[in-house]
Ligand binder design. Structure first.
Ligand code: EPZ
Length: 417
């Protein structure tokens, strides 16, 4: 089992480049099912989840060329199988996003239910409800979603709660449905807006991207397209926090500040000095760290995917703070590990009460999910001594070469077997 060993106490200084967004790349890869022409994606992050999605799509017959740099060219013209097996889907829940495109293009799909994960039950009932509203016949049998449809028909679907991949599935399915579809209470995350921009460049007719109501006029077929994937806002915020808590001075490049306005405003309340430029920002972590109360909410509010990382900032802030997780029911696993490192955190339902301590102590800890593993790395960067983080396969799913990026800006991080 691979582990990360971190020697804490070194301020991060220099410049770090942010990779393409995982949660934009994954739906865009499944969107290539909708067309018989080349879909070329640039700025694709080198991640385990991207490799898993490539394996899944290739198992269906998708042809994928990985160019030497960070580009993927996908072509779905030879797709035969409309099957996504449990052993692939269980390793990556985002596999569920092949369901809508397969139904829209081929009228059939057999996709494993993703099952739960560490941060919660994570059902896909809304994906299924939405596709049924578009006329799909869906049956759940032996842990699989068996879906079929003559041709999907445009309809109205109102998400009872916002769902990022749920919106992606319905949006992609609607592009080839007959007639108009209205998606109400749609997710407004930049990754979904960017998926919609790719679909429109393929010939789809989508209006209202980034708003709560998205309207899609179905078309007969979609063509090829080429697009550069947006920067990963979650990685960017993770790096900002790293610069602050290590009292460093970091330039974070290849970002889109417009995708993280509220997180930037919240982090400024902690006393950090941030200078924002068009596609980069400078963070100076020399000021005293003040505690910041926040609750996670759908975009454009504070994303749940940075909750664990922000909790590390609060763990060493000068005072008390409250963190409320409203998206997932079990996304405080990192708290137990942080407490083992000396953090003073009390959980009360979906709220964590944090009392800042002067320092964290190194300890052997274990990653439980992608973002929790990032939080443990942040804690290791500032803890006294050597922190060993186990099960870092979670990390490899969503962060490209994180230890290399951190080492290049002064962190003492190494991977061991
Ligand atoms: C996406 O997951 C992201 N993953 C997650 O990022 C992110 O944390 C999450 O959105 C919230 O922003 C990808 O984009 C690949 P949801 P998703 O559907 O779409 C409930 C990471 O670290 N729900 O928006 O699965 C659900 O249980 C990952 O990169 C239903 O009840 O999340 C949750 O409480 C982790 N029924 C809430 O909605 C459904 O059918 C929001 O989930 C669907 C969702």
């Amino acid at each position: 089992m691979k582990k990360l060993v971190i020697n804490g106490g070194y301020p991060l200084k220099g410049a770090v480049k942010i990779s393409g967004a995982k949660n934009a790349a994954l739906p865009m890869m499944t969107a290539s099912i909708l067309s018989d022409h080349d879909i070329t994606l640039h700025n694709v992050p080198e991640l385990a989840d991207v490799r898993t999605m490539m394996t899944l799509l290739e198992s269906m017959g998708m042809r994928i060329n990985k160019n030497h740099d960070d580009s993927l060219k996908l072509n779905g013209a030879q797709i035969e199988s409309k099957f996504a097996s449990y052993d692939l889907v269980k390793t990556m829940r985002a596999s569920i996003m092949v369901l809508g495109p397969l139904l829209a293009k081929y009228g059939e799909a057999k996709v494993s239910l993703p099952g739960g994960c560490a941060i919660g039950a994570r059902p896909v009932d809304l994906h299924i409800q939405g596709l049924e509203k578009l006329g799909a016949n869906i049956e759940i049998k032996d842990g699989y979603i068996l879906a079929s449809a003559e041709r999907l028909k445009g309809s109205m679907y109102h998400f009872p709660i916002k769902s990022v991949t749920g919106t992606a599935n319905i949006l992609m399915a609607a592009t080839l449905a007959e007639g108009e579809t209205k998606i109400h209470n749609a997710a407004c995350e930049p990754e979904i807006t960017h998926l919609g921009e790719l679909l429109n460049s393929m010939g789809a007719k989508i209006k209202g991207l980034g708003k709560e109501c998205i309207t899609v006029e179905g078309v007969e077929n979609l063509g090829g397209a080429e697009i550069k994937i947006i920067p990963d806002r979650i990685e960017a915020i993770t790096m900002i926090i790293a610069g602050i808590i290590t009292r460093g001075e970091l330039t974070i490049q290849n970002i889109n500040p417009l995708h993280m306005r509220q997180p930037i405003e919240l982090i400024r309340q902690s006393g950090a000095r941030l200078e924002i430029f068009e596609d980069s920002l400078f963070v100076d972590g020399s000021n005293e760290i003040l505690p910041i109360d926040f609750e996670t909410q759908p975009y454009p509010a504070i994303p749940t995917d940075i909750q664990a990382q922000l909790m590390v900032l609060n763990a060493i802030a000068e005072g008390d703070s409250k963190v409320t997780e409203t998206i997932f029911e079990n996304r405080f696993m990192h708290v137990l590990e942080l407490k083992r490192m000396g953090a003073n955190i009390r959980i009360a339902g979906n709220t964590a009460e944090v009392r800042g301590v002067s320092r964290l102590n190194s300890a052997p800890v274990m990653a439980t999910d992608l973002r929790a593993s990032a939080a443990l790395i942040l804690a290791g960067l500032i803890a006294d001594g050597e922190t060993i983080i186990d099960r870092i396969y979670h990390l490899d799913r969503g962060y490209e070469n994180l230890e290399e990026k951190l080492s290049n800006i002064g962190a003492k991080v190494q991977r061991i077997d």
